[in-house]
Write a protein of this length. Structure first.
Lengths: 306, 305
């Protein structure tokens, strides 16, 4: 067996023919390029990510600037639309396209931050349940059951309302409530990995618990972790939008898409674009995140498809 | 079976106890309840009066025991905002939420099971792919937005359906769809994977070899086995729907307990919020308990675990 330049292995099967085996990375890349859902999801997420970063460059106007003489200009595909405001303006005369672009920042930021908090809590709980088993497992399972029994969304809204709505509070409260899937998945994964020979070998070699968890179990659970993380960003984005829609989340004048839908609701009968546009944006982003997550699962573990 | 049921019951009771602690603490950790109840701009004496009146000056433990003791007897306290017993307020409104939840569950199941069966009989064909696409699209759609779009389309443009209130069965059509579609993919996937598994098993092959009609095999032999996990999922989903229905109730102005919860939160009517969190959690625990038991009854293999 010889190594070629790009790392793939070749083997002489005794027929004078060199059989080239692709490296795991090559296999992965091939799977990614052939997975339509993954490609679409990745494209959507990357585009929206860059829209969020480049918002000051891309947005044609100031998203906060109000001008009542310019209120309710319809978008470009309607009769009275102008190119100056391609997606029209809202009831305070703010440029809808600029608000939409800045809204990418809010959604991605909140989705990502919530996911990080949830990932931390869920991973700690799930890993310890899966690795230690026994009483720890029972305790963690109980905590998960209690969390599922609580009407999380209602509790979250009550807490936000009592403490006062701001972006930090929304992130903190949501992050502390949506860790359940992380915990469930990490628990199952680490239970599976724990029974592997290499973990037994590390134990026999006298490695510390911390070493085994951080060097043997966590890296092998990483694929599942990334998949759940991607899907949870999508869930957090939807929840934030719902929060803001109810007026209990991000406060005006921040251009959160959920808030934009709430603000447009009053006028939706005559100017449906006010709710259709942010809704479509929200739908597209969450769809992209979900497809990316599902795609990652198929690409990293094609045998585990459901 | 009895041992299994008792074990589940034990866990359920423990969960209920923990949940009651959390919903009790909910209104205490987020600030002084006396200040919240006295309202903004209340003087120190007024706040002190409220504190004495509601017993907030006593130890938390005593307050909890008193609260839970009364709750067990069905007395959830009184709403300081409306001077009305909380139990009565909930009783007036819970029918709407229950109707909505059960309709939404029925809608999801009636849509999902045939789709799941079709997808399983013809895996990897256009039927399967369409069903999958629909479920992926559905999962990404914000339910409150979907509700608003339906209002514009069916309520205003076509004028087929009423857009708010709960007077007639027609009022429930759009809320049912808006609440139910989100659960459809979960049921569909479960039915599909269950059917695929059962259809590949030996007893189905035997039944086919015996020359039984395909329809009979499908519904009598396969579906019966594949449907078992759906029962447990239905219980869990109904619990989630009741807990999450307030956003739909808000969109369609349905005056159920979800709407009551929202209104109470916005006017800091804490006893009502507390009672509703407790009630919804207890309903969830009872539903999942019943689901587990029913599941174990239908599938004896579960009892052993």
């Amino acid at each position: 067996m010889t190594q070629t330049e790009n790392g793939s292995q070749t083997m002489d099967r005794g027929l004078g023919l060199e059989v080239v085996f692709p490296t795991p990375r090559q296999i992965m890349r091939r799977r990614m390029l052939h997975h339509k859902g993954f490609l679409f999801g990745a494209a959507v997420v990357i585009i929206i990510f860059f829209m969020a970063i480049l918002a000051p460059v891309l947005a044609p106007n100031d998203p906060y600037k109000q001008d009542l003489s310019l209120r309710m200009i319809p978008p470009i595909w309607q009769e009275k639309g102008t190119w100056e405001y391609p997606l029209g303006t809202d009831n305070l005369g703010r440029d809808y396209l600029s608000r939409l672009i800045y809204g990418c920042r809010i959604s991605l930021l909140i989705g990502f931050a919530c996911m990080l908090i949830a990932m931390f809590i869920g991973t700690v709980l799930g890993l310890s349940a899966g690795f230690f088993g026994g009483r720890v497992d029972m305790l963690v399972s109980f905590i998960i059951t209690v969390r599922l029994a609580l009407p999380a969304f209602l509790v979250a809204i009550a807490v936000v309302a009592l403490v006062g709505g701001s972006m930090q509070i929304v992130i903190l409260v949501l992050g502390c409530l949506i860790w359940d899937r992380f915990a469930v998945v990490l628990k199952a994964t680490s239970q599976q990995i724990r029974s592997m020979d290499y973990v037994a070998a590390a134990k026999a070699a006298g490695c510390s618990v911390f070493w085994i968890i951080s060097r043997e179990i966590l890296p092998n659970a990483l694929n599942n972790l990334v998949v759940v993380a991607t899907l949870e960003i999508g869930r957090a984005i939807l929840l934030e939008a719902a929060f803001s829609f109810l007026g209990m989340g991000v406060q005006p004048p921040i251009p959160s898409w959920g808030l934009m839908i709430a603000e447009g609701r009053e006028f939706m009968l005559f100017d449906p674009y006010l709710i259709v546009i942010p809704g479509v944006a929200l739908f597209t982003l969450v769809l992209g995140m979900n497809l990316l997550g599902d795609g990652l699962r198929d690409v990293t573990a094609p045998e585990g498809r459901s | 079976m009895l041992i299994y049921a008792l074990k589940r019951l034990g866990v359920a009771v423990l969960v209920m106890f923990t949940v009651s602690l959390i919903s009790f603490m909910l209104t205490r950790v987020s600030g002084d309840p006396a200040i919240a109840l006295a309202g903004e701009g209340a003087s120190d004496e007024e706040i002190e009066f409220v504190r004495k009146q509601y017993g907030f000056d006593r130890p938390l433990f005593v307050q909890y025991v008193e609260w839970i003791g009364r709750a067990l007897k069905g007395d959830l306290g009184e709403s300081p905002y409306l001077n009305q017993p909380v139990t009565e307020m909930i009783r007036e409104r819970i029918g709407v939420t229950m109707t909505l939840g059960i309709c939404a569950l029925m809608f999801a199941i009636i849509l999902a099971i045939p789709l799941g069966i079709l997808a399983a009989i013809r895996p990897n064909t256009w039927i399967d792919r369409t069903a999958l696409t629909l479920s992926v699209l559905g999962q990404a759609m914000p339910s409150f937005w979907f509700g608003l779009i339906m209002i514009i389309f069916f309520g205003v443009m076509l004028r087929w359906l009423p857009i708010s209130g709960s007077d007639t069965p027609l009022h429930f059509v759009m809320p049912t769809i808006a609440l139910g579609y989100y659960a459809t993919p979960a049921f569909m996937r479960l039915t599909r994977s269950g059917m695929l598994e059962v259809l590949a098993s030996d007893h189905i092959r035997t039944a086919r070899a015996k020359g039984l009609r395909w329809g009979k095999i499908l519904f009598k032999h396969a579906l019966r086995n594949a449907i078992i996990p759906v029962v447990a999922l239905a219980a869990v989903q109904l619990g989630f729907m009741l807990g999450g229905s307030f956003i739909i109730e808000s969109v369609f102005a349905l005056h159920g307990i979800g709407y009551l919860a929202l209104v109470s939160i916005s006017r800091s009517d804490l006893p009502v919020v507390q009672a509703l969190v407790l009630l919804l959690a207890v309903i969830y625990v009872v539903l999942t308990f019943l689901g587990d038991i029913l599941n174990a009854f239908l599938d004896p293999r579960i009892r052993v675990r």
